[in-house]
Design a protein around this ligand. Structure first.
Ligand code: ADP
Ligand code: ASP
Ligand code: MG
Length: 439
């Protein structure tokens, strides 16, 4: 058995948390490769080390040095090292890091130093080898992960190393410079390492006991999800359920390695298992697995009689969207209607009215109706397809709650039902769905 464990920002936030991390690692001999985040917030008003590093970069741009802002980083790491009682010469490491930030002058390099320092300290504390992600993770000239190269490197570099700590969040670009993933990207590093070493499981340790059915800020005490498939997770995290970075699924999906979301501060909880279809235990299935959503979309409702018999109709609408460089979120269609759902962010500064005019010219619809301030809510569930009446139950619950559904899109996968409601109904809608399906 081989486990890769990723510990997030709160798990690395201070010496007490890191002691807890050590206990977890040492309680299971198969936890051999450890990926760490930069220290996160110690309390609500605290700053994350990564945010403090972005401030260092700002100062560097303005004054030519990061000295003042770097004091925050210095203080965080010296305190951790002192409280853990390490003999590591952290002052020396920090002096060098500060110098490197000033000479590199790169925002990605600067931001990556939180994970770097965190891994140096954790490796020393655990007595594991520090293995830099720079030596293993490579991006191509388009900024995309070079998967095959990376996979080979991880496997070659880690094969002779029994136990190692690896910094999350960054790798090397095609010119050899440090490049970071987007925020929360240490989850991706963990997944890459798990795939590269062919781990049996990727444990992702955070500060909640698993993925909850919905955002705990909307439904208090939302229940944890025991198991969920890769595809369901993809739907939920794309729609805004955070916990795990939405791209973290891909490397482990290729290796068919399950992810276990666990709570560092409550390690006895089983957490959530994220599994490929073939490992899914259908006997424990619920009708719905989770609910997630995002606010601020615009729907263009295009109507034209007999549009389906007009060759090239949808293509012409799509070329107009392409001309404006717009990403389309959803495209549900009916007999004589086509709805185009776009994030409102993309339609600012007059783009919306130009777009509507050009669609009018291009396809001469009977009518285009623009609906703004729409939230999309996805109800996701592997089990929905097999049970009759799921949609009826969902829409009854919404009707009973007095919510007006503006758009419906049931994906062909039957894995989810996406509805559009007014932004002001967003929270109410999630609560109504939760209430109808989760007992
Ligand atoms: P880490 O620093 O360990 O990577 P994150 O802050 O990225 O942790 O993710 C964990 C947080 O995600 C939780 O503390 C919780 O506030 C938030 N969260 C949002 N939606 C959900 C959900 N559906 N289930 C569980 N946690 C959620
Ligand atoms: N430290 C980085 C961030 O705050 C990456 C991570 O924690 O996953 O976004
Ligand atoms: Mg995270």
């Amino acid at each position: 058995m081989l486990k890769v464990c990723k510990f997030g920002g709160t798990s690395m936030a201070n010496a007490d948390a890191i002691r807890q991390v050590k206990k977890i690692i040492e309680s299971d001999d198969s936890r051999r490769y450890i990926v760490v985040s930069a220290p996160g917030k110690r309390n609500k008003s605290d700053v994350k080390v990564t945010d403090a590093l972005y401030a260092c970069h700002e100062e560097l741009l303005k004054t030519g040095s990061c000295k003042k802002s770097f004091a925050v980083i210095r203080e965080r790491f010296t305190e951790i090292v002192k409280e853990l009682g390490l003999t590591l010469d952290i002052e020396k490491v920090l002096d060098q890091t500060e110098k490197d930030i000033d000479t590199e002058k790169s925002v990605d390099f600067t931001a990556s130093r939180g994970e770097y320092l965190s891994a140096v300290v954790t490796a020393d504390y655990l007595g594991y080898k520090f293995m830099d992600a720079l030596e293993m993770i490579r991006f191509d000239s388009h900024g995309k992960l070079n998967e095959d190269y990376t996979d080979d490197k991880v496997s070659i570099k880690l094969a002779p190393v029994e136990r190692a700590v690896i910094p999350g969040f960054y790798g090397k670009d095609f010119q050899g410079k440090v490049k970071t993933f987007s925020r929360g990207g240490s989850d991706i590093t963990g997944s890459i390492i798990a795939r590269g070493v062919k781990a049996d499981i990727y444990e992702n340790w955070t500060d909640v006991s698993g993925f909850l059915v919905c955002d705990p800020r909307i439904v208090e005490n939302a229940k944890p999800i025991k198991q969920i498939t890769y595809k369901e997770l993809r739907e939920l995290s794309y729609m805004g359920a955070q916990v795990l970075h939405s791209e973290a699924i891909f490397p482990v999906m290729k290796g068919r390695i399950p992810i276990n979301i666990r709570n560092t501060f409550s390690p006895e909880d089983a957490g959530t298992m994220i599994v490929p279809n073939e490992m899914y235990d259908t006997s424990a299935e619920n009708v719905i697995t989770g609910i997630a959503g995002k606010k601020n979309f615009t729907v263009l409702l295009i109507e034209k009689s007999l549009m389906n018999s007009e060759v090239g109709f949808i293509r012409r609408v799509l070329s107009v969207l392409e001309h404006y460089d717009l990403c389309v979120e959803h495209l549900p269609s009916g007999i004589d209607t086509l709805s185009v759902v776009i994030s409102s962010e993309q339609l600012k500064g007059g783009v919306l009215s130009d777009l509507v005019n050009e669609i009018r010219e291009s396809v001469s619809p009977d009518y285009i109706h623009v609906i703004e301030n729409i939230s999309l809510i996805a109800t996701v569930g592997h089990g929905m397809a097999r049970r009759a009446g799921t949609a009826a139950k969902l829409f009854t619950a919404l009707k009973d709650a007095g919510i007006n559904v503006r758009m419906i899109d049931q994906g062909s996968s039957e894995l989810n039902i996406i509805i559009g409601v007014a932004n002001e109904d967003y929270e109410k809608c999630i609560r109504a769905i939760y209430g109808a399906f989760v007992k």
